[in-house]
Design a binder for this molecule. Structure first.
Ligand SMILES: Cc1cc2nc3c(=O)[nH]c(=O)nc-3n(C[C@H](O)[C@H](O)[C@H](O)COP(=O)(O)O)c2cc1C
Length: 399
């Protein structure tokens, strides 16, 4: 029985990933920021929502299929951008992208990925989205999106919630720093994880040498050990609405903003021609006091209506979470860690396992709640009007 066979849910995959990865890498993937309140609240937000099952509906022909931006997806889910899949598994981004293509859901490639967009486009296929961290030198960003367009990426996601570097105190504590350098602590950590060392690190060393940020524009396409100035140029403090106007003019495909938390920002984005809004607190990895995405979702979805596609990101670990997000107005969800854990345990097969687990759970939740298709998922599935109202923020005023 393989490690994957022993995983029945995302938490099993998480625990298996913890055994396999050096502590520094695992915690970089797994943890939040500061006191990890936002991280916990993302889960608490989902867990608070109670559903009621509907009896005696013939759900035998049910389907999870949907359309996202006019194209089919086998379920309302896409892979979130994470710059870490290539650390979890050799060429992990490619493995994850192949799993997404096989599952017929979109894959998002991150700016800081270690596999080039050219390689992903050529070898993975499927529906591809590209996530952009806007560079201080804007011209570099324009070159990057031009490159993404040339390579057939259908959507551009601009991340707008990473204005300053977050406080992730465990990284320096673990000796795990970006850019990488061989701190004694991290070297000891790596030495205790021979499977990862042989299967990931050595494979890079014996093929390409040190992994590079393959999607950074030249002359910044340097190894992950390069000095901090490589990442400094990505600082987002000056990012503003005027930039969005320019990106809208330059990008001919679907444009999304990732990291929307407020209805007024969402409405403004629509005025700037944005097609999709990703309600996200970055998986609890940035501002620790951030509202849980699932709690922010209803007001945003209501303000947006049919004018743009709303996607929920942060905290999804179970298929029932997807059903809850749909009921609160999302068209789909993104998964970050859930599919990363799978990649860390088994590359493409592990990512497919993670997607399959969540799909199966979603399918069962649809059946229990009597929903035969995603269009039938509404707040009607919530327990009682009071619960639906509370979720929609109506009775959440201070007492
Ligand atoms: C290890 C890791 C790296 C990430 N890197 C990026 C990134 O480069 N760009 C980005 O927009 N979001 C990044 N994210 C955030 C994810 O896109 C997503 O918002 C988050 O993981 C969602 O929360 P979840 O992990 O609970 O699903 C990263 C997340 C993780 C866990």
């Amino acid at each position: 029985m393989s490690a994957l066979d022993r995983c029945y849910n995302i938490n099993d995959l998480r625990l298996a990933a913890r055994r396999r990865l050096p502590r520094g890498v695992f915690e970089f993937v797994d943890r939040g920021s500061e006191d990890e309140v936002a991280l916990r609240n993302n889960r608490a937000g989902f867990e608070r929502i109670k559903l009621r099952h509907r009896a005696l509906v013939d759900v035998s022909g049910r389907s999870l299929a949907t359309t996202l931006f006019g194209k089919p997806a086998s379920m309302p889910m896409a892979i979130a951008p994470t710059g870490a899949a290539g650390l979890c598994w050799h060429e992990g981004e490619l493995e994850l992208a192949k799993a997404a293509a096989a599952a017929k859901i979109p894959f998002t490639l991150a700016t800081s990925a270690m596999t080039s967009m050219e390689k992903i486009a050529k070898e993975a296929g499927g529906r591809l989205w590209f996530q952009l961290y806007v560079w201080k030198q804007r011209e570099l960003s324009y070159q990057l999106i031009e490159r993404a367009h040339r390579n057939g990426f259908e959507a551009l996601i601009i991340t707008v919630d990473t204005i300053v570097p977050p406080n992730r105190e465990y990284n320096p504590r673990n000796g795990f720093m970006l850019p990488f350098h061989a701190t004694p602590r991290f070297v000891a950590d790596v030495a205790m994880h021979p499977r990862w060392t042989a299967g990931v690190l050595m494979k890079y060393f014996t093929t390409i040498g040190l992994p590079r940020y393959e999607n950074f524009p030249e002359p910044f396409r340097r190894p992950v050990t390069s000095d901090a100035s490589v990442r400094d140029v990505m600082r987002q403090e000056t990012l503003c609405w005027d930039d969005i106007r320019i990106f809208r003019d330059k990008w001919p495909g679907v444009l999304m903003l990732k990291g929307i938390n407020r209805p007024d920002d969402a409405v403004k984005a629509i005025e700037y021609g944005v097609d999709g809004l990703i309600v996200s607190n970055h998986g609890g990895r940035n501002m620790d006091s951030a509202v849980a995405s699932i709690d922010a979702l209803p007001d945003i979805a209501e303000a947006v209506g049919e004018r743009a596609t709303v996607i929920l990101d942060s905290g999804v670990r179970r298929g029932s979470d997807i059903v809850k997000a749909l009921a609160l107005g999302a068209k789909a969800v993104l998964t970050g860690r859930a599919t990363l854990y799978g990649t860390a345990v088994g590359g493409q097969a592990g990512a497919e396992k993670a997607i399959g687990v969540v799909r199966n759970e979603m399918d069962k939740t649809m059946a229990y709640t009597g929903c035969r298709g995603v269009e039938e998922v509404t707040t009607d599935i919530f327990f009682g009007d009071r619960e639906a109202n509370r979720l929609r923020g109506r009775v959440m005023e201070p007492v």
